[in-house]
Every structure is written in C-alpha cells, then in structure tokens.
Ligand binder design. Structure first.
Ligand SMILES: [Zn+2]
Length: 173
C-alpha cells in the first residue's frame, strides 16, 4: 500500500499489513499508517453505533414506562356518574351503578369488560362483579354510558368504583 507523510507529503510504499508507526526519511515525522487508523475508526464507529442503539432502547423504555405510569396517558377512562340503591327487598338491596367510559386517545379502541367493585366501611373490597359494556369499540374522543345492576348485595357498602379489565387501566379509585 501507498502512504503519504502527513507533514511533507512524501509517498512511500509499505507492506499492506504495516500497523506500526513509521518515520519519514525526508522530514523525520513519525506517524501511524492509515490502515491502522482506519481500523480504529471502524471501532469508534461500531462503539458509537452501540451507544446510539442503547440510547434508543433506553428512550423507548422510558416512553413505554411513562405511558403506563402516567394516568393522563391512559386511552380509556371509566368514571361513575351515579350510584343508586333499590330497596325492593330490605335485606338484599340492588345497587345500580351508572357511568361512562371515554376514549381520550386519537385511536379507536376495543372496549374491555368493566369491573364494579364495592367496598365496605373499612375500605376492603367486598364484591367484584365483571360485566360487558354495551359498545365493543370506542372511536377517538367518544364516550359510552354504562349501567349495571348488582343484586343480592349485603348492606354496609360505603364506596363503589369501576375498573377496566386491563390491569394497567384503572377507573375512579
Ligand atoms: Zn515527511
């Protein structure tokens, strides 16, 4: 291979596998032939590529994590608008829970099953009842109302909440 002195530009012919520093016979400059430089250049390139890849994965992980943790980023939100008790039979009143599910995202979403949870005075969940909402798909920005009647409920229910079936999506708590 041909190399050029970096200072005086004198050309030399060297064996292709020369990797040790060479001294210019004209000006005395000592430098490492370009082949070795190019190899280290490739190593720097690979290292920076790995760093970039790691940064990208890290960024994706952060986005996914924050989307899951931030309640404002949840696409579907269930809220209770009304809870009423029907006392047809004094011992086992019926509880009617009404509310809405809203799709706050810009995408269409399939509606999961909803879970009504009843809590006693101590804050312990006493009943968890799953039901299917009337709609199966929610368009972007659309809301759907739900109404669910729970019967055979013992007295002492102090709080009602609704949850979406997916673990990461909660309703009012
Ligand atoms: Zn030279």
């Amino acid at each position: 291979m041909k190399i050029k002195c970096e200072v005086c530009k004198t050309e030399y012919a060297l064996p292709n596998d020369t990797t040790c520093p060479v001294r210019c016979a004209v000006c005395g400059n000592v430098w490492t032939p370009p082949r070795a430089n190019r190899r280290s250049g490739i190593m720097v390139f690979i290292a920076s590529l790995c760093a970039l890849l790691a940064a990208t994965i890290f960024a994706v992980a952060v986005i996914v994590t924050s989307r899951r943790d931030d309640p404002n980023k949840r696409p579907l939100v269930a809220t209770i608008t009304d809870v009423s008790t029907i006392n047809e039979d004094e011992n086992t009143p019926k509880i009617v829970v009404k509310g809405t599910v809203t799709n706050r995202s810009d995408d269409i979403y399939g509606l999961p099953d909803l879970i009504i949870v009843l809590y006693d005075a101590a804050g312990a969940p006493v009943v968890r009842q799953k039901f299917m909402p009337s709609a199966t798909l929610l368009d972007a920005g659309q809301s759907v109302e739900f109404s669910h009647t729970l019967s055979g409920i013992e007295g002492g229910v102090k709080r009602v909440s609704v949850e979406l079936m997916e673990a990461e999506q909660g309703g009012t708590k």
